[in-house]
Design a protein around this ligand. Structure first.
Ligand SMILES: [Zn+2]
Length: 241
């Protein structure tokens, strides 16, 4: 077996090294191919063939990514809480800082599946939290590009190469993305499906109003998806860019 990479960046570094190319040239080639609707692994595989390398060597270990994200989410309560808030804001941001919505769906789902994180005793420095957040951004973004099938329009299904154990996760991301494309969003607080244009801070108007008057408690954030009701589990627009 080959050593599998964990993130897109590691994968690109590996092929750049093996092919004797610069990381930047590899990254821009792969980006171009992906803009055409090609998946990450296929894009890298094509580049490998071009350079007489074995495409099988350039794979991503999706299961391990999920393990690492879940571990990070269970590390520390405050950290997870702050991370949720930062990522929630980044989903709504514009331009380069925007966190891709499908990756956010992955985050929410893994957060919902995580066992209750114990209230922590140690205190993370803001730098540690920032590093953990950056790592989660990288991992979720990579994961979603591997387990979902993509086209120019964004997520269009579950990727063929998605491991069996992650197909449910990929389906959820796909379903939520599709819902969003038709203008619907599931409130991250109560789970109600509402028109995306009426949401505020990723919540429906009632929840947004409620939180504002009661002020945001930590349970609201971590309880997010866990307490959802209704038939929804989902969310908002944008593709991986
Ligand atoms: Zn709500």
């Amino acid at each position: 077996m080959f050593q599998l990479s964990l993130t897109a960046r590691e994968l690109l570094q590996k092929i750049a090294k093996d092919a004797g190319l610069s990381y930047d040239s590899v990254a821009s080639r792969v980006n171009e191919t992906m803009k055409e609707g090609e998946g990450l692994i296929d894009a890298v595989g094509a580049l490998a063939k071009e350079n007489n390398l074995n495409p099988d060597k350039y794979q991503i270990n999706a299961t391990k990514i999920v393990d690492e994200i879940s571990n990070i989410l269970q590390e520390d309560y405050t950290q997870t809480l702050m991370m949720s808030a930062v990522l929630g804001q980044m989903v709504e941001a514009k331009g380069k800082d925007r966190f891709p919505v499908p990756a956010f769906f992955v985050f929410l789902e893994l957060l919902a599946q995580a066992p209750q994180v114990p209230i922590d005793t140690k205190s993370e420095t803001s730098q540690q939290i920032e590093e953990a957040t950056t790592r989660v951004i990288e991992l979720t973004t990579t994961l979603v590009s591997v387990i979902c099938e993509w086209s120019k329009e964004g997520v269009i299904g579950v990727a063929e190469e998605c491991p069996e154990s992650l197909k449910d996760l990929a389906r959820i991301v796909f379903r939520k993305t599709k819902l969003l494309q038709s203008g619907l969003w599931t409130c991250i607080s109560c789970g109600k499906i509402v028109n995306v244009n009426t949401t505020r801070a990723l919540m429906c108007q009632e929840c947004d109003g409620g939180l504002r008057s009661e002020s945001l408690s930590s349970d609201d954030l971590v309880g997010w998806e866990r307490n959802r009701t209704g038939f929804g589990r989902t969310r908002r627009k944008n593709h991986l860019e």
